[in-house]
Design a protein around this ligand. Structure first.
Ligand code: OFO
Length: 166
């Protein structure tokens, strides 16, 4: 339960990080990229909520801890997306560690529940890699950045259904 609570805190931190990136991109007059990051913020809230709900179902204590303040500025949109990818790679390690702990403890329910999070990280890293490629290609070309921003603005939010929680 302690390890799950730590991951809950990290998911809320992830939400804060993406919200900060969204606000910064909005300040840079990139509303599409800002929207993409805002959707990411909403997704992270769902990730945290799933873990909270799981602990509640198990009758374990939910221990909400202070959320670290995220960084507030980046040097370029590419820099923000690069840091987002780096962050997701760290999250993957944390989720993997949590799954290993569940295995070592013989906690099959926790291990099964974490399958969704393990696979979600495959998607998170794939999205992150694509973002870095696309924003890298756009470089400093205003027309490329403008087209990419329109493309990113098309992302909508449809909350993930985390299995086994209903
Ligand atoms: Fe971005 O996947 Fe949760 O933290």
């Amino acid at each position: 339960a302690k390890a799950f609570n730590e991951q809950i805190n990290r998911e809320y931190y992830s939400a804060f990080l993406y919200l900060a990136m969204s606000a910064w991109l909005n300040e840079q007059d990139l509303p599409g990229a800002a929207k993409w990051m805002y959707v990411q913020y909403q997704e992270e809230l769902v990730h945290a909520q799933g873990l909270v709900k799981y602990l509640m179902l198990r009758g374990d204590k939910v221990d909400l801890m202070p959320i670290e303040a995220p960084k507030k500025e980046w040097t370029s949109p590419l820099n923000a997306f690069e840091e987002a990818l780096e962050h997701e790679r760290q999250v993957t390690k944390w989720i993997d560690d949590l799954a290993k702990m569940a295995e070592e403890e013989g906690d099959r329910a926790a291990r099964l529940f974490l399958d969704w999070y393990i696979l979600e990280q495959v998607e998170e890293e794939a999205n992150g890699e694509e973002n870095v490629v696309l924003w890298g290609r756009a470089g400093d070309a205003p027309s490329g950045i403008m087209m990419l921003d329109v493309h990113y603005g098309q992302r909508g939010f449809s909350p993930d259904e985390i299995p086994h929680l209903d």
